[in-house]
Design a protein around this ligand. Sequence first.
Ligand code: SF4
Ligand SMILES: [Zn+2]
Length: 314
Amino acid sequence: MSKIAGFDINDEWILSCRGRKNNPDPLRPYAWLVEKERTPAGTIEEVLTVFLTNRECPFHCLMCDLWKNTVDEPLPDGALAGQLEWALTNAGTVKHIKLYNSGSFFDKRAVPVREREAIASIVKGFETVIVECHPFFINDECPDFRDKTGADLQVAMGLECANPRILSLLNKRMTLGDFADRTEFLLDNDIFTRAFILLRPPFLEEEEAIFWSKRSIDFAFDTGCECCTIIPVRGGNGSMEKLQENGLFGLPSLTSLERVLEYGIEKQAGRVFADTWDLELFSKCNKCYKSRLERITEMNLQQRIIWDIECDCR
Ligand code: SF4
Ligand SMILES: [Zn+2]
């Protein structure tokens, strides 16, 4: 349990702040999209992301809202493989796929072994398969799954924040040492790690948040990650709103995201992306929002720093 400013940050409190779930269909992914992404080889290719409808993650991270699109009952046998097949039928031809399941792909309660085997056969022939997983569930089954797919496997893990105190307040149940250890294990098995890094988790002011996002990029690359994705933290899960009301959380700005992305790209230590989903939420200026979105998208693709935006809001 972590106590700060009168709040006991623990599972019980986080769960008590929640609203209702979105009640997704267990036989369909709750979303899917195809977007362009720069590959480690430097080409720009289309990647399909399938957001599988799944049961809830056993962890309850303070900033997480992925539980909203999960179901409470166990999924019917074959439901995950069926969701994937449905997405592939709708998405057309792609060579790279992200399978995001609102939790950990190698958690057997989330993706039972039989489903994982079925998924491995479905994605055979893809060049790259990317899954998400908490370090706790990373073990020998990862290279085994990779071998069954015949694809390059990448695992996305939430590093979140390299500040140990903040990381512990996030209720992630992971230390920086755990993250480094599992990244090394994956690398030893020729599996790339993508680090999810938060921009402005709760309890940090804007400048401190920029500082810690940069340190998190340093930490990720030092431990052997191949790629970092910077995710600006938003509200929406109940606990973040409670913290915001008490001055313990504030939305980061779009310009901070640009600064962190620039820093990461300048390092040239691996790919660095800014998450572009719903970025309008973080814009403080209607005049330059579209140009900033375009700039961030281009920097994601080109992995170099491009034109700066001139605007009165600076
Ligand atoms: S481990 Fe990931 S999916 Fe699970 S609660 Fe934390 S952030 Fe959400
Ligand atoms: Zn502006």
